[in-house]
Design a protein. Structure first.
Length: 308
């Protein structure tokens, strides 16, 4: 995405919502955005943007305030159909994930969305509930496409909100393949080594704290980093003994909800990452199988780095 467009969109989607008053209480700011109760989406204003920034957004064709309504079955069929797209090769997706460590934050999410698309069984909404017990996708999904796509460009990544992730995967299919930079590979290799050195009793939360303290990840953001770890968990590189990663199999949402695993019930770290521990830090064979095909250790500037 063009830097000027990104900065203009940041003013649209990352406006301040609250401010502290003289008593220290948070007060909502009228920033022009309007919440639509019927769809659960916002209509985003251009308040605070210059005429040139508004023109840039409009000329780009970026889908600001472009809301789509997708049924559960629309999403399932959309995921199965998109697997035919040539950009969605595993090698391209893994390369994009590596780029997500520094050069291209947008690259973080697509591998997760792809793994879900591939593992998801074809099915229809068979109950009267609002959420499908098979895949957790809602019966009716309203999505503001621009906000969903922009969040991925800022580095957002997670293994939930699957209806929204179909939108990002469709946008990713329009992008040219990216090649990891030397810095991307250095950071990834350092992270893998840090995970290898995990104490036996280390939890995902403690791993986050240790990696942050070691300053391995530039511009560390807890939730973005947690999503990057979630990728490794869903690939089976950070193994767990509670649920199969998406790379291996699909586990129905209802079944996942009934799995008891270590950790506080108030924790927002979920399976499969929540089931990882330092006693079994890395599946070395899976790591080599997946990232070895990228041959990231072959380039002279990567000498001394290894995923093996």
């Amino acid at each position: 995405m063009d830097k000027g467009l990104f900065n203009a969109l940041k003013k649209v989607y990352a406006k301040k919502v609250y401010r502290k008053d003289e008593h220290g209480y948070q007060q909502r700011i009228d920033n022009g955005d309007v919440f639509d109760v019927d769809t659960g989406t916002y209509f985003y204003s251009y308040q605070g943007l210059s005429a040139a920034e508004i023109a840039l957004i409009e000329q780009s064709g970026y889908p600001v305030n472009d809301r789509v309504n997708l049924s559960h079955d629309d999403v399932v069929l959309g995921y199965k159909a998109i697997l035919k797209q040539p950009n969605l090769s595993l090698e391209n997706l893994l390369a994009a994930y590596l780029c997500g460590f520094s050069s291209f934050p947008r690259g973080r999410q697509p591998i997760l969305s792809y793994l879900f698309a591939k593992a998801l069984p074809e099915h229809s909404m068979a109950t009267d509930s609002d959420i499908c017990p098979v895949c957790s996708i809602k019966r009716v999904n309203w999505i503001e496409q621009g906000q969903e796509i922009f969040s991925c460009y800022t580095g957002s990544v997670w293994n939930e909100r699957w209806a929204h992730n179909l939108i990002e995967l469709q946008e990713f299919c329009t992008l040219s393949p990216c090649k990891p930079s030397a810095e991307d590979v250095v950071i990834f290799s350092a992270l893998i080594e840090a995970i290898r050195q995990a104490p036996l009793d280390e939890t995902p939360g403690k791993l986050e704290q240790r990696v942050k303290k070691a300053k391995i990840i530039p511009k560390f953001n807890k939730y973005s980093f947690r999503g990057q770890l979630m990728v490794l968990a869903e690939l089976g590189i950070m193994p767990n003994s509670y649920v199969a990663p998406l790379y291996e199999a699909f586990t129905p949402f209802e079944a996942i909800c009934n799995i008891k695993y270590p950790g506080s019930i108030r924790s927002d770290i979920i399976l499969p990452l929540a089931g990882w521990c330092g006693e079994n830090p890395i599946d070395e064979q899976r790591l080599k199988q997946l990232f070895g095909v990228l041959r990231i250790s072959d380039h002279p500037q990567f000498r001394g780095l290894s995923i093996e």
